[in-house]
Design a protein around this ligand. Structure first.
Ligand code: APR
Length: 215
């Protein structure tokens, strides 16, 4: 059974508030409860949201970059790249659809899971499976480390060009499938979405998913 809670920008009612009070403008958020576990959406900067683990949208060479990867390295500090250098030397990088773990440096988390999403071509190059696999890999790393709360950015929908309305349901389905497994330790997954357009795409996908499950 699902419980859908949402607080819209500018909403007068406080009854749906589910995040700790934070005095910043623009926050959009939504939460779906799934039998004691939860999927949350927030519009925010992922480097500012406290979690046990933060997922990053990295590249195969694990060399850092712009977008959310750049922000995570900037805030996390040089220890992240130092750890990635060791992983790169040992494993040669990280294949598309997979993820590697480092500690989180100065970020408000214990771990960062550096996931490599697919570059979107035409939708016929196994992109959907590779994208889902990114999320599943991070969730597997989370389980191995007894992580309860993990945040994700919208992997591949920036410079890698994955259309948002295609990527959002894939991301949500991968997370939903994981949370429905009873034996897992991950309890809460938060998509931290940088801009309103991205937030709205995930909101639409989560509402559609919730309604489909209710039917
Ligand atoms: N917090 C949350 N989300 C963010 C942040 C942030 N601080 N900064 C950017 N984003 C969002 C973008 O707006 C986009 O919705 O993350 C999403 C993913 O965009 P990219 O960072 O461009 O990631 P991706 O499309 O997966 O491309 C990965 O970009 O930076 C390089 O090294 C990275 O080569 C890799 C490629």
């Amino acid at each position: 059974m699902f419980l859908l809670l949402a607080k819209k920008k500018g909403s007068a009612s406080g009854t749906f508030s589910i995040c700790a009070p934070r005095f910043r403008a623009t926050l959009l958020n939504m939460r779906v409860d799934l039998n004691g576990k939860a999927i949350r959406l927030v519009q925010d900067d992922i480097t500012r949201v406290q979690m046990d683990a933060i997922a990053n949208a990295a590249n195969r060479a694990l060399v850092g970059g712009g977008g959310v990867d750049g922000a995570i390295h900037r805030v996390g500090g040089p220890s992240l790249m130092a750890e990635l250098n060791i992983i790169r030397a040992r494993e040669g990088g990280c294949p598309t659809g997979s993820a590697v773990a480092t500690t989180a440096g100065l970020l408000p988390a214990r771990y960062v899971f550096h996931a490599v999403g697919p570059i979107y071509r035409d939708g016929n190059a196994n992109e959907a499976e590779l994208l889902a696999s990114c999320y599943r890999s991070c969730l597997q790393l989370a389980e191995q480390r007894a992580v309860r709360r993990i945040s994700f950015p919208s992997i591949s929908t920036g410079v890698y060009g994955y259309p948002l309305d295609k990527a959002a349901p894939i991301a949500l389905q991968a997370v939903y499938g994981h949370l429905m497994e009873q034996q897992h330790t991950v309890e809460e997954v938060t998509f931290v979405l940088f801009d309103e357009r991205t937030y709205r795409a995930y909101e639409r996908a989560l509402q559609a998913k919730t309604l489909a499950e209710w039917r």
